[in-house]
Design a protein around this ligand. Structure first.
Ligand code: COA
Length: 330
């Protein structure tokens, strides 16, 4: 089958209505607006309603992406959902989204978990499947309801995360050199203990005791994650630029994973690229994991920041540790 160019035909995003400010958090854990802002750049985050599932947020973002692409759900034959907070352990949330959105029955639908790098992994996967010629139109969604796996009594993590969804519609193009022109995915499994949930999986199913100890919630060695994040994001960005014989200065904009403003600023310094080339919305959403890059990408497009011919770099890292970068020519 021929290898074709793969292009983003539309994007969409969704953030739940409820805004949780740093000030509100300072009433429930021993923290302050000043500490959170100076350490992370976060001012507020969105929290999904109790009856609003991951699939509901995904459907909202997907509808906007389809509208932007001027396509209908029935046109989609591949649905890839990056998440670590699916509605249920099984079936895949992709199938629940398929049903709620009205994606055709014969479409291939599956979830993928690469934590906060999930969207870049899902984009690469979907684009490879489209490039092969075996699929025509893909919907790639990054979505998280992290509020369900955050320990709201742990001030070292609960201030950092939020809920949301972002989506992109992918199609093929016969024009060479546009769309997704390259990706670099990787992982270092020797760092699994830096960011994890210890219970609720096959190695340690949840028990009454583990739930009482909130062992079904995220635990993180923040300082170490910070150091590794800067290193792997810098490497992932440099390697993809080298592969494509590009200089950082040729990048029109970087859409980085929105975990911490200080991490983004460090990448800006290492790549010697000014901060005005970086799209930042971590102040409004916190870290939404797999949803962070597609929300930022959608907001950047809708703000008119991305023009035809521009070169965009996506760069992410997450639990695993996973990392990934992608280059898109518009
Ligand atoms: N409010 C107030 N104080 C807090 C706090 C909070 N929410 N969380 C931690 N502290 C305290 C710590 O207990 C520590 O106190 P101590 O010195 O008395 O022990 C102090 O603040 C400094 O903590 P430290 O962990 O050294 O802060 P930091 O400057 O490294 O910032 C993070 C902490 C978590 C913001 C930062 O390490 C980080 O962003 N790491 C990466 C996290 C990340 O990106 N995770 C997602 C990966 S996809």
């Amino acid at each position: 089958m021929p290898i074709r160019s793969t292009v983003i035909l539309g994007t969409g995003s969704y953030a739940p209505e409820r805004v949780l400010t740093n000030g509100e958090l300072s009433h429930t854990v021993d923290t302050s607006d000043e500490w959170i802002r100076t350490r992370s750049g976060i001012r507020e985050r969105r929290i999904a309603a109790p009856d609003e599932a991951t699939s509901d947020m995904a459907v909202q973002a997907a509808r906007r992406a389809l509208e932007d692409a001027r396509l209908a759900a029935a046109d989609i034959d591949l649905l890839v959902v990056a998440t670590m907070t699916p509605d249920l352990p099984m079936p895949a949330v992709a199938c629940i989204i398929q049903q709620k959105l009205g994606v055709r029955t014969a479409a291939a639908c599956f979830d993928l978990n690469a934590a906060c790098s999930g969207f870049v992994y899902a984009l690469d996967t979907a684009c490879a499947m489209i490039a092969s010629g075996r699929y025509q139109k893909a919907l790639v969604i990054g979505v998280e309801k992290l509020s369900t796996i955050v320990d709201w009594q742990d001030r070292t993590t609960c201030v950092l995360f939020g809920d949301g969804a972002g989506a992109a519609v992918i199609g093929a193009s016969s024009e060479p050199g546009i769309g997704l022109i390259g990706t670099r995915l990787g992982a270092s499994g020797d760092s699994v203990d830096l960011l994890y949930i210890s219970h609720g999986g096959s190695s340690a199913p949840s028990t009454a005791e583990s739930i009482a100890a909130r062992a079904h919630c995220m635990r993180m060695k923040g300082k170490e994650v910070f150091k590794q994040a800067v290193r792997v994001m810098d490497d992932a960005a440099r390697e993809i630029l080298e592969q494509h014989q590009l200089h950082a200065d040729q990048i029109s904009h970087v859409i980085p994973h929105q975990a911490n403003l200080r991490i983004i600023e460090a990448i800006s310094q290492y790549l010697e690229l000014p901060m005005d080339r970086f799209f930042v919305n971590v102040d409004r959403y916190g870290n939404t994991s797999a949803a962070s890059i597609p929300i930022a990408l959608d907001e950047a497009r809708r703000a008119g920041r991305i023009k035809p011919g521009d070169l965009t770099l996506l760069v992410a890292f997450g639990a695993g540790l996973t990392y990934g970068s992608a280059l898109i020519r518009w």
